[in-house]
Design a binder for this molecule. Structure first.
Ligand SMILES: [Zn+2]
Length: 699
């Protein structure tokens, strides 16, 4: 059965997606998303309803240019691993298909080719990417700027260290080199009291080796009174920090006027040089003071790989999350929350969209979210929220849809590719810094950490056991018992870090102004069904996850909800709590009644998918009600496994029951009816491929 249409169906779809297309980002024209992100109706002026006020992004300049960005120019690019919508991101084109080249003995490769007509009239930066074996990701070789596109180009590129021994695979990409003098002009803006412009200044990393001199960034106001300079700053590539430089420009002097903003960059150069600067304006936004109203802040935290039964219980000789359990007495705990996939990308996309994997179609790191599906960040951005994310890379790739709607999307890549230690401390520290910068605004912050993912290497003081007695009594292999304890140690350590983060929110007064969701994307199995890890089955040890929600004043403190719920219910629930009309066709339902202490209505089944390890490349579908689970190979509606979860919560006895089989068949058919098209794919770069290999997702 499909989840019932929400009662709030009369709400309008906030994110307007008419006529938009979202292509694979690695194609030339793909990186634009033509959406109306700011709904001006959502931004009310201060003073219209009294009460506390916040700053809200009322104008996102990247989407409000006159003229708009040209078709091929991306709206978003990364500096120091932080993606932002930006002015100045470089248009790029792949130059033909991948080719094979002989591996040079001296590490220097002759590169030649021709350039598409579109780029003939301007200088181009040609970047070769190479790999030495099929399973490796592509790495950047040294680039070159060429001016004679009409006649083709040829240069010698220095190769990075490469795997393998034989021939190389070669990709070529051309970037348009921006002119030395550039202007972007906004659409007309009505300025109010207290308005300010927030913007980050940077230089595009691809072009940085070719930057010739300091870039002068200037902002001008164009009003009936003429042109007025508001801001000037110079960045010298020789001493730039390499990170976004955030600036706040007060606009109070313009209150009551209507005008445009002009963003101008000029590159200095010595007389004998061409001027090149590659300047970027990151997330230029105008903030206006607005009544807070019912729109609280939202903070969603994902502790990747956190088992549902590793919350508020004793594991390996003691309480595993005592601090979070204590804090949970102020919020709500869902005791039976189900993920939609035992792997990171698919399940997080359900958390972001309120849709099952069969509809959002993002099951692996290189699947790209379809153009017509709004994400939670996009919905909230459209409703006047500042949006930020700190993730730990790899499976939540910015370019595949996870960054859509975020004003800042930071990939915390850590010290080394092969180091898969979770980084909860640095991720939460980055989250705290983001909050300090934005706590006067209406915001949505998403945080994601692999801290409890393999390898299980918590600080020594968080490792307890196993004792010799436990090892002697274990019915499973001893190494599995040891793994269980080390995993529990990671959860204990995360309990300390997350509880400290939540207490800091409380002390800063942010908990009372926010809704906080703490959950996970999947669990972890320890030989319950002869496997360890995840992404290998759809049993409850990998599908059940903790789900905690704090929203003081909106949530009945200490409520425990025993009804089965799913990650697809999170989007409708938070939109309901924030009084934001949901998009049509969400597949979850709001859990607000349960948060208020009432019982949930009769339950629809919830669905999950997962890889079928007995048929490589194929998948299983799981249907779960509170009492039963059915498992079937994808593409069939005949369950091959049926479990009575009341009598057999560990899913050990496969039932042979015609009545249950028929019920399962109907559920499976309803899930198959939600199918969307084939997902778009994008290539993974070398660093991402290696990180995924380190995490165990690719061979
Ligand atoms: Zn995960």
């Amino acid at each position: 059965m499909v989840a019932p249409i929400l009662p709030l169906i009369l709400g309008l779809l906030v994110v307007v997606a008419s006529g938009c297309t979202r292509n694979a980002p690695d194609t030339a024209t793909a990186e634009r998303r033509r959406r109306t992100v700011v709904s001006h109706a959502a931004i009310e002026r201060a003073g219209t309803s009294g009460g506390p006020t916040v700053f809200a992004p009322a104008h996102r300049i990247v989407r409000e240019l006159d003229p708009p960005l040209s078709g091929g120019e991306p709206e978003e690019c990364a500096v120091a691993d932080e993606f932002r919508p930006a002015l100045g991101c470089l248009e790029s084109l792949p130059l033909g298909p991948d080719t094979v080249a002989s591996r040079p003995g001296n590490g220097r490769l002759s590169v030649e080719g021709s350039v598409p007509r579109k780029f003939w009239d301007q200088p181009m930066l040609i970047e070769p990417r190479v790999r030495g074996e099929p399973l490796a990701g592509f790495k950047r070789a040294s680039a070159e700027i060429v001016n004679s596109g009409f006649f083709g180009f040829a240069f010698t590129s220095t190769l990075p260290p490469l795997d393998g021994e034989g021939d190389l695979e070669l990709q070529l990409r051309a970037y348009a080199v921006p002119p030395a003098h550039r202007d972007f002009v906004s659409l007309p803006i009505s300025f109010g009291t207290d308005d300010f412009l927030a913007v980050g200044l940077a230089l595009h990393p691809v072009g940085l080796p070719f930057a010739t001199g300091p870039v002068t960034f200037q902002v001008f106001a164009l009003t009936d009174h003429g042109q007025r300079e508001l801001f000037t700053e110079r960045i010298d590539p020789a001493d730039w920090s390499g990170d976004w430089l955030d600036r706040r420009i007060e606009l109070s002097d313009l209150a009551g006027q209507t005008g445009r903003l002009r963003f101008q960059t000029k590159v200095d150069a010595r007389a004998d040089e061409v001027s090149r600067g590659f300047p970027l304006w990151g997330s230029p936004e105008i903030f206006q003071r607005t009544p807070r109203g019912p729109r609280r802040n939202l903070i969603v935290i994902s502790l990747d790989t956190w088992r549902g039964d590793h919350f508020d219980t004793d594991v390996s000789g003691g309480p595993v999350t005592p601090r979070l359990a204590e804090l949970a007495t102020r919020g709500a705990v869902f005791e039976q929350a189900i993920a939609t996939y035992p792997s990171t990308s698919a399940s997080h996309m359900s958390l972001f969209t309120g849709l099952y994997p069969i509809t959002h179609q993002v099951r692996f790191a290189n699947d790209v979210l379809g153009s017509t599906i709004p994400t939670l960040a996009e919905m909230l951005a459209a409703d006047g929220y500042q949006t930020g994310a700190v993730t730990e890379n790899a499976m939540l790739l910015a370019e595949t849809g996870f960054a859509f709607g975020f004003d800042s999307y930071f990939e915390n890549k850590g010290l080394g590719i092969w180091n898969t230690d979770g980084q909860i401390d640095s991720t939460l520290a980055r989250g705290r810094a983001w909050l300090r910068q934005h706590d006067g605004e209406r915001f949505f912050l998403f945080l994601h950490t692999y801290q409890v993912h393999t390898p299980y290497e918590p600080p020594a003081e968080y490792v307890f056991g196993p004792s010799d007695d436990e090892l002697g009594a274990a019915t499973e292999p001893k190494w599995v018992t040891t793994l269980r304890h080390r995993y529990a140690g990671e959860v204990r350590y995360s309990d300390v870090a997350l509880a400290a983060f939540l207490r800091d929110l409380d002390e800063a007064g942010l908990l009372d102004e926010s809704i906080v969701v703490l959950t996970s994307d999947h669990g972890e199995e320890f030989f319950e069904h002869d496997e360890v890890g995840h992404s290998k089955s759809v049993y409850d040890e990998v599908l059940r996850v903790p789900l905690l929600i704090w929203a003081p004043g909106l949530v009945h403190p200490g409520v425990r909800v025993s009804s089965m719920v799913s990650l697809v219910d999170v989007v409708p629930t938070v939109l309901d709590l924030l009084r934001i009309p949901p998009p049509k066709n969400l597949q979850g339902t709001s859990l607000r009644a349960a948060l208020e202490g009432a019982s949930l209505p009769a339950h629809e089944p919830r669905f999950a998918e997962g890889p079928d390890t007995s048929r490589p490349g194929e998948r299983l579908v799981a249907v779960r009600t509170e009492a039963h689970k059915w498992i079937a190979p994808e593409g069939t509606s005949i369950p091959t496994e049926i479990y009575d979860l009341d009598a057999d919560p560990n899913e050990q006895e496969n039932l042979d029951d015609d009545t249950l089989r028929e019920i399962g068949r109907r559920h499976l058919e309803s899930y198959a009816g939600l199918a969307a098209g084939t997902p778009l794919k994008r290539d993974l770069d070398a660093r991402t491929t290696e990180k995924l290999r380190a995490l165990g997702y690719v061979e």
